[in-house]
Write a protein that binds this ligand. Structure first.
Ligand SMILES: Cc1cc2nc3c(=O)[nH]c(=O)nc-3n(C[C@H](O)[C@H](O)[C@H](O)COP(=O)(O)O)c2cc1C
Length: 257
């Protein structure tokens, strides 16, 4: 069992370096076999915080309403959560596993913050609706071939770690809402402090819901990277280091052994 999981982890890890958001889909739905693969993987998502209740539903294009004109995908995963401290970070951490899984199985996907499940879907759960992930057969190039195709900040813009900071590369490549890449990292390969930029007043209105999801995504990329490299990874999210770094919110300490 352990071996099977590590093969899967390797495939997810490789997807970090090739994935991209897919926004154009063929209008045909995924076949039943593929959908059950997705359904089974939903059961395997690893939470960052085990004490937060979550729920994931696979819904169709008619089940969502969009805040802006949107070419719809054949399927969406709607993520719901109990509203508890760190719940958005937790959803980012969990659903990014699915984003990488889909990419590694040649299925297109994209995080969707600008749409919401319709009322009849919301009525099926007492948990809060957090975010959607679209999925389906891609009608555009599915993968990136080279790292240069990622539009991302440079490592020294997102970290003050001295010397070799290549271990942050998987987090650097993480997707984020409006590609705003709100993360900042300090520390070293044994202990990393993870911060989120505090957005200015205007941006905050748009980004405050999404920044924590972005941080969960980047944390999962770090977690997966070090797991694949054979390290024991501990992520502490409740250590109240909030005011330590001006202009940033402390999100987590990652301890590697
Ligand atoms: C929380 C979140 C919300 C997002 N919402 C949308 C969205 O509503 N529409 C969209 O086209 N892309 C959305 N994206 C995708 C980002 O725009 C995309 O990840 C980013 O531009 C980086 O591009 P890449 O994923 O191709 O690497 C979202 C991403 C995240 C993480």
């Amino acid at each position: 069992m352990v071996e099977t999981k590590s093969i899967e982890d390797n495939k997810l890890w490789e997807a970090i370096f090739h994935r991209k958001s897919i926004r154009k889909y063929k209008s045909i739905p995924l076949d039943d076999k593929t959908l059950s693969l997705v359904r089974n993987f939903l059961e395997e998502l690893v939470p960052l915080k085990e004490d937060i209740k979550t729920q994931f539903m696979i819904i169709g294009p008619d089940d969502i309403k969009s805040l802006i004109p949107l070419k719809k995908a054949p399927h969406y995963i709607a993520a719901f959560s109990e509203n508890k401290r760190g719940y958005r970070v937790n959803i980012g951490f969990m659903l990014q596993q699915m984003d990488l899984f889909l990419s590694s199985h040649n299925i297109g996907s994209c995080w969707v913050g600008m749409a919401q499940p319709k009322k009849d879907i919301l009525e099926k759960t007492n948990l809060e609706d957090v975010i959607l992930l679209s999925l389906g057969e891609a009608d555009e190039t599915l993968h990136r071939q080279e790292i240069g195709e990622f539009k991302r900040k440079k490592l020294d813009e997102i970290s003050d770690t001295e010397g070799d900071n290549e271990f942050l590369e998987p987090a650097r490549l993480a997707p984020s809402a409006t590609n705003n890449q709100p993360w900042y990292f300090t520390g070293n390969e044994n202990q990393i402090e993870v911060y989120c930029t505090r957005p200015n007043f205007i941006k905050a209105r748009v980004l405050k819901k999404w920044n924590p999801i972005d941080m969960g995504i980047a944390l999962y990329h770090l977690f997966l990277h070090f797991t694949v490299k054979g390290k024991k990874v501990e992520i502490i999210t409740d250590n109240n280091k909030k005011d330590e770094k001006k202009g940033y919110v402390h999100i987590a300490t990652v301890i590697l052994n």
